[in-house]
Design a protein around this ligand. Structure first.
Ligand code: FE2
Length: 380
């Protein structure tokens, strides 16, 4: 057996740590950063504070904020143009997964001429991501995607009608700045949905095929942290311990999923593009169904997972029930029908789930339409 392990991202972590970021940016040779954020965060004072911090530290920043949830290739093109017009020499992305992922796609587009779908991981696009990319500092304001330490970005490509996964070690941010204070204002529903995304990353990484005990250990520990911290973070936004543990567990999830993800993410991606369900909610609803499905092939792993989830017994069924209890407790619906998914979406959902690469590392084979449909129906 041969494998390769990689945990290289530098992470600044802790309350107020954003203030420590400017010297790190200078050390990367950046003088004119493009701050990438989204419309939602622009309604808070967080981007303005960041820009003021950069200005007072001697940088000449510009801001690009025209990013929506589930960012698309047109927004990436607009951001790339802003980068060029500003003659920027680096990126500082702040927000949830959307601006962080969009910034990674902008990094590629700066010196890669082809349309984004040509760099789709499913087509072996990682081999085409070459050369020097502008440095990226990633500052999460949600505890969910872990994009600040991940080597992937998910962009909806209009022409392809689906989400394209960009994946390359070159996309790992040069620096992740994880400041829990930035997550305190996140509303309860967003805290709940993004937190379930983080849980999905850790559970899928733990259950994924492949030999990676480092990732497994990180993932299991993060599951334990989320089970305890997420209900508290949803209930009380300024619970310092809960916000700290959620941000850390979300970062841990993305470190762990270098091992791979699984069928939950393949089923969830089309639910966003076809049915408009948020990524975190789609994962939350599908996760217990997939844990039961995978538990039949991986009973031992399911037992370890059940333990981390503080389940009643060491079984996949009990693990799934713990996940449902957690979701119920933080006010999330448990069925796709309650999330507005229509029966007539099913054929399209199944076709797109099969096209998605995440299920390739699922521990139990699911690459046929019948199984994908059965999994969706299990969450109906
Ligand atoms: Fe995710």
């Amino acid at each position: 057996m041969k494998t390769r392990f990689n945990f290289p991202t530098r992470i600044l972590f802790g309350e107020g740590v954003i203030e420590d970021m400017p010297p790190h940016l200078s050390a990367m040779g950046v003088k004119r950063p493009l701050v990438v954020t989204d419309r939602g965060l622009m309604t808070t004072d967080i981007p303005e504070k960041l820009v003021n911090l950069l200005r007072s530290s001697g940088f000449e920043p510009a801001t690009f904020y025209k990013i929506d949830p589930n960012p698309n290739d047109q927004q990436v093109e607009a951001g790339t143009e802003t980068f060029r017009n500003h003659e920027a020499d680096g990126l500082v992305a702040i927000g949830g997964g959307s601006p962080l992922d969009a910034a990674k796609a902008i990094q590629i587009r700066i010196n890669h001429p082809d349309p984004l779908e040509e760099y789709d991981d499913l087509k072996g696009g990682d081999a085409r991501i070459l050369g020097e990319l502008p440095p990226l500092v990633a500052i999460p304001t949600t505890a969910g995607t872990g994009s600040e330490v991940s080597r992937s970005a998910v962009i909806t490509v209009a022409a392809a009608g689906r989400k394209v996964v960009l994946f390359s070690p070159r996309l790992m941010p040069a620096l992740a700045v994880c400041d829990p204070l930035l997550t305190y204002e996140l509303p309860p529903r967003l805290t709940a949905e993004t937190g379930m995304d983080a849980l999905s990353h850790n559970i899928e990484a733990f259950m994924a095929t492949g030999y990676h005990p480092l990732a497994d250990g990180i993932a299991l520990r993060a599951v334990s942290m989320i089970v305890r911290a997420l209900p508290r973070a949803v209930k009380q936004g300024d619970d310092a311990d809960a916000r700290r543990d959620m941000l850390m567990a979300s970062t841990m999830g993305a470190v762990a999923f270098q091992k791979g993800l699984g069928v939950v993410h393949s089923l969830a991606h089309p639910l966003s593009t076809v049915s408009g369900v948020s990524h975190g909610l789609a994962n939350s609803i599908l996760l217990p169904v997939a844990v039961e499905f995978n538990g039949e092939a991986e009973a031992e792993r399911a037992a370890e997972l059940a333990h981390a989830l503080e389940a009643q017994s060491p079984t996949a069924a009990a693990a799934a029930e713990s996940i449902r209890q957690l979701a119920r407790g933080i006010g999330l619906p448990l069925r796709l029908s309650q999330a507005g998914v229509k029966e007539e979406h099913l054929p399209q959902l199944v076709a797109k789930a099969l096209e998605d690469g995440c299920h390739l590392s699922n521990p139990r084979a699911c690459d046929d339409p019948e199984t994908m449909e059965q999994l969706y129906r299990g969450a109906w």
